[in-house]
Design a protein around this ligand. Sequence first.
Ligand code: BV8
Length: 247
Amino acid sequence: MGTSGREDLRETLARATRIGVLTGAGISAESGVPTFRGEDGLWRGHPPEELATPEAFRRDPAFVWEFYDWRRTLLAGCRPNPAHRALAELERVKPGTTIITQNVDGLHQQAGSERVIELHGNIWRVRCLRGCPETIDRRAPLPRPLPPRCRCGALLRPAVVWFGETLPPRALAEADRVARESEVFLVIGTSGVVEPAASLARIAWSAGARVVEINPEPTPLSSIAHDVFREPASRVLTRLVGGLEAP
Ligand code: BV8
């Protein structure tokens, strides 16, 4: 039994078949990706309203495009870290594992995770402001000048969810189902302030999941966590996942 008198978490994980994982920018921090609200925070000096809202894009689309292009340049040199790889391994030995990510960097998929729900979209894709169906992969060079335009003539925009925009309904519904059905719900590297993503942890908790927070800092979700690891994600996940066998 763990110090909390509860069954050792590794034993619970070994027995679990349905594992939900909510990740935030902190899981990519060890890949060199800046977080949003930390010391190296992307938002520092640039409040989110100035950058990640439809109003900001309407006001100055070129400025917002420059910001996302700058982030993509940063990301281009970043690779999945041991935390991403441990979650991909967890899915390999526990096929009922689903990652719900707030991140837009695509690093979970690069690490080999397949069951990934992107709540806030993906920075590598752009889409037409007017709603033309196809999304374009941003790694392919887009016509200059910024901001580029769709074939229909409307502006192209990052295919991410900005503040004030609703999340993709199917992704949110799927994430809600995962939260309700999980036996274990890992909350990794998120400050737990952005909604409705943060409340998925509360939903999992109220549905009876064992909630585990992995974050060097406390967050508003710490109070509902049954297990808390105040350490970097890669160290904890390598330890937790290492040695788990496929059922
Ligand atoms: C919506 C994409 C309907 C773009 C992002 C209910 C209550 C209060 C407010 C609201 C609410 N409902 C809606 C809102 C408004 C708003 C909101 O939540 N505001 C907050 C800030 C108060 N939400 C919305 O607008 C959402 N839309 O709900 O639509 C609606 C609309 C209007 C009004 C009502 C309802 C849309 C939210 C999506 C916004 N888009 N990103 C882009 O990336 O540019 S959010 C952005 O924040 C990122 O996606 C990011 O993932 C997300 C959350 O941040 P974190 O991932 O947690 O990152 P952060 O830096 O904050 O924290 C990092 C953590 O990692 C830290 O805790 C740190 O300690 C830890 N860490 C560091 N190193 C490590 C580590 N952990 C582990 N290991 C390490 N090594």
